[in-house]
Design a protein around this ligand. Structure first.
Ligand SMILES: [Zn+2]
Length: 179
């Protein structure tokens, strides 16, 4: 791995970071929900690297067809960084380290997955989902929190927040990412 100490970037490729108003931007208004992270579009199978050294504190199922029909199965992995920041890497096709293990900066922790099963998207799906149907829908969904991330399914589901106020501790990933 090349040395990239001064940077904080979770992919081996440089991709667009969505600006305010772009699809997949932080806290994007999706009518009945807001986006808790940013979407970094990359091909399915693209390696994902840890942004900061830390401990893997949680691995779980982020999306599955039993939750929502147009979803594929994907995983999330949460690293508590040495700085105290929590990184939730989401919509992963697979994860590598075990829960409880330590990861170094730029360790490979998994691969980009694909949440959307485009064949199952129809005109009853949310508008922002319909808009993604023709796009390459594989991405890293990245959330950054100043406290343990909320992952329960009351107000949080699949990277979105179903409340009008931001959950406490949720941070804008833009300030933590440097290509
Ligand atoms: Zn997302």
């Amino acid at each position: 791995m090349e040395k990239r100490d001064e940077k904080n970037w979770p992919l081996p490729v440089s991709v667009h970071i969505p600006d305010d108003g772009d699809a997949g931007c932080f806290w994007e208004d999706r009518e009945d929900r807001h986006h808790c992270g940013i979407d970094l579009y990359a091909e399915k199978g693209t390696p994902i690297f840890a942004i900061e050294e830390g401990e893997v504190v949680e691995i779980g199922i982020m999306t599955s067809p039993s939750m929502i029909g147009y979803w594929n199965k994907t995983y999330h992995l949460i690293v508590r960084g040495n700085s105290g920041i929590y990184y939730k890497y989401g919509e992963m096709g697979m994860t590598i380290p075990e829960k409880g293990s330590r990861v170094k900066k730029y360790d490979r922790i998994g691969e980009v997955g694909q949440v959307l099963n485009t064949e199952m998207i129809d005109n009853t799906s949310p508008k922002y989902i319909q808009a993604l149907k023709e796009k390459n829908p594989a991405m890293l969904h990245l959330e950054i929190w100043g406290k343990y991330p909320v992952t329960d399914h009351k107000l949080y589901l699949g990277g979105n927040w179903f409340g009008s106020k931001k959950p406490p501790g949720l941070l804008d990933p833009l300030h933590y990412l440097h290509k």
